[in-house]
Design a protein around this ligand. Structure first.
Ligand SMILES: Nc1ncnc2c1ncn2[C@@H]1O[C@H](COP(=O)(O)OP(=O)(O)O)[C@@H](O)[C@H]1O
Ligand SMILES: [Mg+2]
Length: 330
């Protein structure tokens, strides 16, 4: 898609470890249109975080390395960009929010200083003016007595407040894309809902696109427009959020949905997907989900299915849909 804001093609990220080569991300394709929210879901260890790190050029290297692919952002391949260009893009064109704000915030700098920093570093705004804007942003993310909070240190804030500070920092330069990796996982349900609502509000206001990473389908249901389901380093299904929840195609997506507390509750007991995600260093023949799949058959264990469009706007990589393949139109 040429009108995509972010277009990831054939991205592979491997970790070269004493235990062997870990195929953390394996030939992943994803694309995000301007203003769109793409939810990236899957169990822990499926390669979601590594995918997002590759987008912003922060794969820990060594042991990690991007071994193949393109990450086109506004038409330019970020994988080919020099470190200085990437630094300029991060925080300005691409904002980032991570699960644990305590590790992202500097414990010895005031909140005001940190929220103002991107404006000083990227836009050359004076520190005094940047602090004024920081106060407005703290207010905007609903931090009470924002002006006073400028002088607080991260440990003086609650977890929910710290996450709001992270949001203010990520959004203050009005980025085109927000990369949010499990932004609400550390929060309780009520705070989670409030923070997601706030992110939704701000991104609509600024027309920011978002790559929202979560292991929680409830978060996706509340936030995303489109969803990509990841398993063992690969994208196994993509669909709009409505159709995905109404009729998941991939047995893995079906399993994830059945294990969701809210949806599962009405249908009797909660079903877990039996077994575990294979280790990235495990050699995989055939479909990576075959070993846990209730519908697998012989072919699944020997031959890997490709992503195919099987309904309009829906792609899945699963041999069950071999006969539903459609001619792709682009
Ligand atoms: N620093 C690292 N060293 C070695 N392997 C790693 C490292 N970081 C991630 N991996 C591998 O990449 C896989 C995917 O990790 P990750 O993207 O963090 O999963 P997710 O975010 O979906 O939980 C992990 O299972 C692990 O094997
Ligand atoms: Mg992760």
């Amino acid at each position: 898609m040429s009108d995509a804001l972010l277009d990831i093609r054939g991205l592979s990220v491997y970790f070269f470890t004493p235990e062997g080569i870990g195929r953390a991300v394996d030939a992943v394709d994803l694309s995000i249109a301007p203003g769109e929210t793409l939810g990236l879901v899957g169990e822990s260890g499926c390669g979601k975080s590594v995918t997002s790190l590759a987008v912003v050029g922060l794969v820990p290297s060594p042991p990690g390395r991007v071994v193949a692919g393109e990450v086109r952002f506004l038409g330019r391949d970020l994988l080919q960009a020099d470190p200085e260009t990437l630094r300029r893009i991060r925080g300005r064109e691409i904002g980032m929010i991570f699960q644990e704000p305590m590790t992202a915030l500097n414990p010895v700098l005031t909140i005001g200083r940190q929220v103002a920093e991107p404006l000083v570093a990227h836009l050359g705004i004076s520190r005094t003016d940047a602090l004024k804007q920081a106060a407005r942003w703290l207010d905007r993310v609903r931090i009470p007595s924002a002006q006073k909070r400028l002088g607080s240190y991260p440990h003086e804030l609650s977890g929910g407040m710290r996450q709001r500070v992270m949001i203010a920092m990520a959004m203050i330069c009005r980025p085109r894309l927000l990369v949010a990796d499990e932004p609400t996982t550390a929060l309780d349900m009520t705070l989670q809902r409030q923070v997601l609502a706030l992110m939704g509000e701000l991104k609509a206001e600024l027309d920011t696109a978002m790559l929202l990473i979560t292991h929680d389908l409830g978060v996706v249901a509340q936030t995303a427009g489109r969803v990509a389901v990841m398993y063992a380093g690969r994208v196994v299904e993509t669909a709009d959020v409505g159709p995905l929840f109404a009729g998941p195609l991939h047995p893995y997506t079906q399993g994830l949905l059945r294990s969701m507390p809210l949806l599962g509750a009405g249908r009797g007991r909660l079903h877990e997907i039996l077994g575990t995600v294979p280790a990235a260093t495990d050699p995989i023949r055939g479909c990576p989900f075959a070993g846990r799949c209730p519908s697998s058959f012989d072919r699944c264990r020997h031959e890997a299915p490709a992503m195919e469009t099987v309904r309009p706007e829906r792609q899945v990589s699963c041999w069950l849909y071999e006969d539903s393949k459609q001619e792709t139109t682009g």
